[in-house]
Design a protein around this ligand. Structure first.
Ligand code: G6P
Ligand code: ZN
Length: 553
């Protein structure tokens, strides 16, 4: 066995987006494509980059590797092991079968003080040979690498001429235990154990066990993705939930054709079950890499922004948060429902750009304990990723301790704090040039929009959101066009950073309703006038030729 040096070529477009490098499987399967990116990453981690500040030595260190089990996961794992061995990594902790959910990677990195980790996932994007693949690096805090590092990696991909790789045979990744690969140790670990231990430290497992004993019924749809083994081991294994509580529980390379993005459209089977006469008490769905969650009660869907607000309001009911929260954070397009709770609790509330990585600094600095996003992500300081199953256990705990249903918890919340009606409209796969022009024109309109009135509403703030990280002072500009109205309503336009086909325009609508008599309207109806304003300002229909959004959540 030897370390070989292979020539590579520069590939266009290896710049990581909101959440790592995400491309079609066919792109990743081009010879040397993955090798090129991973070698660039290892070079930067070893200090070989234009900006020496971001690099620290990977030599002699431990790296965690795992993915969501989608198509190409297994082949990619073998390639990464051989590159790691050739680049001085001492030990790799690999999830059995190449599997680790995104929050589990974070838990393993933190729990075992690893140098960092590689997550193989395209999250909620479809899988299979025609689907998407992705790769992301997480640092020693267990969270996604910051932009300084990802930019350095990108810069390195653009000048790289050679990769160093072992020619050792493939490692058996299906059996737990330790083996060698060209002097590097590969330890194949139980993908669930470290993560389950973290859940034990936060939740009252005896109380949860008691709920199932008393007949509380739950349906968790793992969408044929990586959350299945975790949900099964914890809910059915440890908590005694009946077999069949977790459905679509075996990770499949193509997710069995499902789109593992937990929203009411893609998880329609769960929604249908929760609308039946004999519906379970509580339902939830997870995404491809198990960091996202959607929670549903009987015939009642919880908006992710409301979920964060409720978790914040009731956090003290959960043992891990009984001392209260240091603060909370939400992404800018997430509704301001949590802001009201934070105010009532007297804790800080931060508004960050979209992307979980922005929460990392706030969590590390002890400024926040909970964070969440409109895109079905919630999490806390227990790891540095959002965490789908954690959210399920959190909501289960809220119901167990309060004895209340999901619907009654949420409607009660509205009566107390008011309701932030909320919806996101996505226009997917539109030509990049069309999307860019639309955003450019909106930006140009900002000065005229400021102060402009639309019927009863007046725009009090029209800007392009810019964020200054309060911890490291880094500025992230152009994070979304915001129109904020005098009654607190908001319309936000931004382009997705996670799509792989053309561009995806996201328009976010939020309208605050304090009057308890008007808090139970259909969401799209309650937002209709804001939706009309967005169309008037941006002309989405004419520009895209699309009569309606592809997805409205
Ligand atoms: C990933 C990130 C989230 C982000 C979401 C949507 O899940 O981890 O932080 O909110 O993608 O991002 P996008 O750029 O597509 O709106
Ligand atoms: Zn995900």
């Amino acid at each position: 066995m030897a370390i070989n040096t292979l020539s590579t070529q520069v590939f266009a477009g290896q710049r990581p987006g909101t959440s790592g490098l995400r491309k079609k499987v066919t792109v990743f399967m081009q010879p040397m494509y993955l090798e090129n990116f991973v070698q660039a990453l290892f070079d930067v981690l070893n200090g070989v980059s234009a900006d020496a500040q971001v690099g620290t030595a990977l030599h002699g260190q431990t790296l965690v590797v795992g993915g969501d089990g989608r198509y190409h996961n297994r082949a990619a794992v073998q390639t990464i092991l051989k590159l790691a061995a050739a680049n001085g990594v001492q030990r790799v902790l690999l999830g059995q079968g190449g599997i680790l959910s995104t929050p589990a990677v974070s838990a393993v990195i933190r729990g075992r003080q690893a140098f960092g980790g590689i997550v193989l996932s395209a999250s909620h994007n479809p899988g299979g040979p025609d689907g998407d693949f992705g790769i992301k690096y997480n640092a020693s805090n267990g969270g996604p690498a910051n932009e300084a590092l990802t930019e350095a990696v990108y810069a390195r991909t653009q000048v790289l001429a050679q990769v160093r790789i072992s020619d050792a045979p493939d490692v058996d990744i299906n059996v737990q235990g330790t083996c060698g690969l060209d002097g590097m140790q590969v330890e194949v670990i139980d993908p669930v154990a470290d993560y389950a231990a973290v859940m034990h430290s936060l939740f009252d497992f005896d109380m949860l066990r008691g709920m199932f004993k008393a007949g509380f019924r739950v349906r968790v749809d793992a969408m044929n993705a990586v959350g299945g083994p975790y949900a099964k081991a914890i809910l059915e294994g440890e908590l005694g939930a009946p077999a069949g509580t977790v459905v679509n529980a075996v990770p499949l390379e193509d997710f069995g054709g499902l789109h593992p993005d937990p929203n009411p459209v893609n998880a329609e089977d769960l929604i249908a079950h929760m609308a039946r006469e004999d519906a379970p008490n509580f339902g939830a769905a997870l995404d491809g890499d198990a960091d996202r969650n959607m929670v549903v009660g009987r015939n009642f869907v919880v908006s992710p922004s409301d979920s964060l607000a409720l978790m914040t309001a009731h956090a003290k009911l959960v043992p891990g948060y009984s001392q209260g929260l240091l603060g909370v954070a939400r992404s800018m397009p997430t509704s301001a429902a949590v802001d009201r709770v934070a105010k009532a609790l007297g804790i800080d509330c931060y508004e960050t750009p979209t992307g979980w990585k922005f929460f990392g600094n706030l969590l590390d600095a002890g400024r926040v304990t909970l964070c969440g996003e409109e895109s079905y992500g919630t999490g806390s300081s227990h790891v540095r990723e959002k965490d789908g199953l954690w959210a399920v256990l959190f909501w289960l705990s809220l119901q167990g301790v309060s004895g209340r249903s999901v619907q009654s918890l949420v409607t009660d919340h509205w009566r107390t704090y008011g309701r932030n009606y909320y919806s996101r409209h996505d226009y997917e796969a539109i030509p990049t040039a069309v999307a860019d022009a639309l955003m450019l024109d909106l930006r140009a309109q900002l000065p005229q929009l400021q102060g402009r009135s639309f019927d009863a509403r007046t725009v009090v703030l029209a800007d392009d959101f810019s964020y200054t990280d309060p911890v490291d002072g880094l500025v992230s500009a152009k994070q979304g066009i915001r129109l904020v109205f005098d009654d607190g309503a908001r319309v936000i336009f931004r382009l997705s950073g996670t799509g792989t086909e053309g561009a995806t325009l996201r328009i976010y609508f939020e309208n605050y309703e304090a009057d308890t008599a008007h808090q139970d309207s259909p969401v799209q109806e309650a937002l209709a006038d804001l939706i009309a304003i967005a169309e008037q300002v941006a002309g989405v229909r004419a520009r895209t030729g699309m009569a309606a959004p592809t997805v409205a959540t």
